[in-house]
Design a protein around this ligand. Structure first.
Ligand code: ADP
Length: 414
């Protein structure tokens, strides 16, 4: 009877505290949202620190951060209060239940000391387990919103998973787009019916107005996204069927803004890939026109790049990220305007590098500057998600109206 009484008491106490648990879950969700908003605002503000100083808007920024922080404080206080009050309420109610249990035991016909002791022991043990259960539930409830957020982020990640499969590449061969269409949202079409082939060892420039779909096309080329309709193939095999590691070795990308990690030049070229030897690093640096700069430093390849590459020039950083891309001897190199932030000498060094690389591999350059097109064998004009022209600069110049127009629309020439 005492056991039954203890179980009933624990269940009863649990259901009495249900409204508090519900309130806690609700407040914890609000606190999680406030925390994440604050973190986003803080990161965002740090990223535009220079602009904040330049436009002298520290006041509104601080006010915005303070508002977010006040929200975090309020919500966190509410959660902490509810989490703190749950065990206190529980133990109060538990003592009441204990007294009721003792009363029950005392009304038994022969309330011996042993039975009263047994009832007390049972009640105390089960109520303290009940309390532990309540505390754990309260902690779990407070953390649930973060877990939900992680779940939804994981779902988003899975939905955007790169579609690359299991077969090996070997020789890349020509890369073809066959009737490729792409839509981000399933409603509007970003790329329309792209048909072209990249030959081996050619330098291709991609031009087009901002928002025309150049980056999206490059993402399909890199195998980061799958066409909504049509096929992207390399040597006759669909990119989606190729092994991710193998693909990453033969196809590589250099972003517009070089990003370096804290460490040495060698570490930045190797970039966490274990199989890369010292010899590979030097060969890649030579190919990227960086080697001479490196050996002019007393510590050579052990030269520290500084935070974000602060101890290197813009041109050296750009050539370093090209060396990083070249270290595994890719067969297709894609670059997003690698010369946009460089001085004239660095620009000519990078262009010389690209022209030389074009003799060994296929190079695709998203070109925002007219001068980058000098080194291209063929130029692709993308407008409104369509491939409007793909020809040699000479032929495009022959049909000069279109070429000039394309360049003008691309914002490349005046
Ligand atoms: P470009 O590189 O030529 O400037 P993009 O390929 O970046 O053009 O963009 C083409 C179109 O696709 C634009 O209208 C852009 O707003 C849209 N877009 C780009 N990335 C995304 C994305 N991740 N989600 C939804 N739409 C996007």
């Amino acid at each position: 009877m005492a056991s039954v009484g203890a179980v009933v008491a624990v269940v009863l106490l649990g259901s009495l505290l249900r409204p508090i648990r519900r309130a806690l879950r609700h407040r914890a969700k609000a606190a999680a949202t406030a925390n994440m908003d604050f973190a986003t605002t803080l990161t965002e503000s740090a990223a535009v620190a220079l602009e904040i100083r330049v436009f002298n808007v520290q006041g509104p920024i601080v006010a915005r951060l303070t508002r977010r922080l006040a929200e975090v404080t309020l919500r966190t206080r509410q959660v902490l209060f509810l989490r703190g009050v749950t065990p206190v309420l529980y133990s109060g109610l538990a003592f009441l239940a204990l007294i009721a249990g003792l009363y029950g035991a005392s009304t038994m016909e022969r309330p011996g000391l042993v039975s009263v002791g047994a009832v007390m022991l049972l009640m105390l043990r089960s109520l303290s387990y009940g309390q532990a259960l309540q505390t754990s539930t309260a902690t779990a409830n407070a953390s649930l919103p973060y877990l939900d957020e992680i779940d939804s982020e994981l779902e988003r990640l899975d939905a955007a998973a790169s579609p690359i499969g299991g077969s090996t590449v070997g020789q890349l061969g020509p890369v073809s787009f066959d009737s490729v269409c792409f839509s981000y949202d399933g409603a509007s079409t970003t790329l329309r019916n792209l048909n072209f082939q990249l030959r081996e060892r050619e330098v291709v420039g991609v031009v087009g107005p901002s928002g025309s779909g150049k980056s999206t096309m490059v993402q399909l080329l890199l195998g980061l996204r799958e066409p909504t309709v049509g096929r992207v193939t390399a040597a006759g095999r669909e990119v989606a069927s190729i092994d991710a590691h193998d693909w990453a070795r033969v196809v590589t990308f250099v972003p517009q803004v070089p990003r370096l990690v804290a460490g040495t030049v060698a570490e930045n070229i190797r970039f966490f890939r274990d199989g890369v030897s010292e010899g590979d690093i030097i060969a890649a640096a030579r190919l990227a026109n960086l080697h001479d700069d490196v050996i002019s430093w007393p510590d050579g390849y052990q030269h520290e790049v500084g935070e974000g590459g602060s101890r290197l020039s813009g041109g050296q950083m750009q050539r370093l990220v090209i060396a990083r891309a070249l270290v595994e001897q890719p067969q297709l190199l894609v670059l997003d305007e690698p010369t946009s932030s460089l001085d004239a000498r660095s620009e000519s060094l990078v262009k010389e590098t690209l022209a030389r690389l074009g003799q060994q591999m296929t190079v695709v350059v998203i070109a925002h500057r007219l001068s980058t097109l000098d080194i291209c064998h063929r130029i692709m004009v993308i407008q409104e998600g369509e491939l409007r022209a793909f020809d040699t600069p000479e032929r495009l110049a022959d049909s000069s109206d279109f070429y000039r127009d394309a360049l003008r629309i691309s914002g490349i020439s005046p």
